[in-house]
Design a binder for this molecule. Sequence first.
Ligand code: MV4
Length: 445
Amino acid sequence: MDKILVANRGEIALRVIRACIELGISTVAVHSLADEDSLHSWLADQSVCIGANKPAESYLDMRRIISAAVITGAEAIHPGYGFLAENADFAEMCEEHNIIFVGPTSEQIRSMGDKAMAKKIMKEAGVHTVPGSEGIVEDLDKAIELSKKIGYPIIIKASAGGGGKGMRIARGQTELIKNFEMARVEARSAFDNSDVYIEKYVENSRHIEVQLLGDGTGKVIHLGERDCSIQRRHQKLIEETPSPFVDEDFRLKIGSAAVTGASNIKYRSAGTIEFLVDKQKNFYFMEMNTRIQVEHPITEMITDIDILKEQIRIASGKPLRFSQEDISYRGHSIECRINAEDPSNDFAPCPGKITSFHVPGGMGVRVDTHAYADYVIPPFYDSMIAKLIVWGETREEAIQRMRRALREFIIEGVKTTIPFHAKVMNDKRFISGDFDTSFIENFEL
Ligand code: MV4
């Protein structure tokens, strides 16, 4: 592979370009008007302005991106995360233009994107799933009948949703009656698809996901788990690996379940299977993410494997370079997402000019960012401005190093989530490792 177009912006565009440079692949950046002065355009070998500020007129415009690839002679397109990364139509469009989509096949994206279908496929492969409806629930009568059978509380999920969007919990029949149609209407307006399915609501669960690499032949390996339980309104804030909840025996179980699921569909590329884990360490398949994820660096820190490079190698048709026995883990890694948001004002976005910017450094510290002093954060995109990633021999050392790095980090001009992270790093529950996805709701800022 000689040239890759990076169909994204921000830190992930930089991450992809860095991997390409190290692999000796030339790069084409695409950018919107607002991203004229962005680092990703500057760092790439070539750069093409593809349109106006609104994502729909630039980073989400499939035809403009394909055109940019054709004009510049790029053989492949890397979608990063967000935007077109899990758009099966876009992957298909790439396939039709003989452009390599750096990711899974369009069919794999489509089947895993349909959450009810994904669940069915995983269940048939023998991966544990939460008890619930077999596929879509058509109407309220069926929902009531089924919910009686599985027992309350239940959760209604949009089949075209994912990542927590369009979910509703019902703790009894009255709530179900109130929420069922509402969930369908919401799903219709958000995803243009009103299909919903129902499952037993698992209380006090943790969100633990497994990083996978597959080469499309059925060979799949996993790179361990990530605990992403610290989230707010389905936005992850802090991730760590290994999970303080996972021992060697549990890792073997959850890892092989994930490998079985991905191998069964002959998964190609880097991907993640998310599990819901209850207090008794029962784990259930939730979703498969068919993209590189924001939090992939913590896995890189403890496995010493460059996931981006492996993903690109796989896309160029090479078989997996590793077997499961080659994977080992060393130490502990934590990521804090630094967002331009005001934690004391309900995490309201704070776009604007960064007047001073100093990144932490030293042993075991990695900062993935596209920001710099005098950079203006545009209001059109997400508010993440940096990922602060640390490594330590132990969880304690990683936490202490994160405290140290957060203290060094200077961002002026906009409010950030740095003070919030500093508080979490000193929180008793967090330090003990005994938390679930309700951590933030119960957290006193
Ligand atoms: C659940 C669940 C409990 N029981 N499913 C959220 C993201 C998406 N991947 C699936 N999610 C959940 N699915 C069952 N059967 C709990 C979550 C969940 C959650 C739910 C409500 C409020 C906050 C949450 C945070 C993380 C996970």
